[in-house]
Design a protein around this ligand. Structure first.
Ligand SMILES: [Ca+2]
Ligand SMILES: [Ca+2]
Ligand SMILES: [Ca+2]
Length: 209
């Protein structure tokens, strides 16, 4: 009997010690801030995702992965035509591009960080994640076409650093490397940090975050 209770104590302590760590790791410091998953015309080579460092310290993305159903290494600029570095300043942005050179050709004069990786973003719905160097999921967003940006040249933009809501950009081509500027005709809360596939809609046209 004593042995039984001792085992229970060990399990309980393990749970108490482990879960706060998991919770801490599951939030930031880098968020997926904007998703260009369905461009006008062909998507091949042109897709990109904007990420943002919402912490007050620089974050080094060395050995991080972008996940879109499988993990893809982030190529350190200037590999494959990227520019800048893997180190994101506090409050800073970076664009993860399927083809960094194609992104820069699509956005002449772009001065921000562009990191080449591999992505194939489904035009109906997809779960995308950022995986850190230890294999932890730092960010997890599930989008679907009903949120907007469905082949019309507009991206999906997060409405705030700590918001789970994504709305269609109100600027053709989105706002890569810049603060988001969006229009919420449909309210949507993505399931970042939470392992579920539930969505919430409202139809009153109001936008809040
Ligand atoms: Ca398209
Ligand atoms: Ca696509
Ligand atoms: Ca943006």
């Amino acid at each position: 009997m004593f042995k039984h209770y001792f085992s229970f104590l060990i399990v309980a302590l393990s749970v108490l010690l482990f879960f706060p760590l998991v919770q801490a790791l599951a939030v930031g410091p880098v968020i997926i801030n904007e998703i260009m998953y369905d461009l006008q015309g062909t998507d091949t080579d042109h897709e990109w995702v904007e990420i943002k460092n919402i912490s007050d310290q620089a974050v080094d993305l060395k050995d991080w992965r972008f996940y879109d159903g499988s993990n893809h290494l982030l190529n350190e600029p200037p590999q494959n035509g990227g520019q800048g570095s893997l180190i994101i300043a506090p409050g800073g942005y970076a664009v993860l591009a399927d083809k960094a050179d194609v992104f820069l050709a699509d956005h002449p004069g772009f001065g921000g960080i562009v990191i080449d990786t591999v992505m194939s973003l489904n035009n109906t719905e997809e779960t995308v994640q950022l995986i850190d160097q230890s294999g932890n999921s730092i960010e997890k967003i599930n989008y679907q076409k009903e949120m907007g940006g469905n082949g019309n040249g507009y991206s999906l933009e997060r409405t705030g650093d700590f918001s789970m809501q994504f709305c269609e950009s109100n600027q053709l081509g989105g706002s890569p490397g810049q603060a988001n500027n969006f229009d919420c005709n449909i309210l949507f809360y993505a399931d970042s940090f939470v392992d579920s596939d539930e969505y919430a809609y409202a139809n009153d046209g109001n936008c809040f975050s």
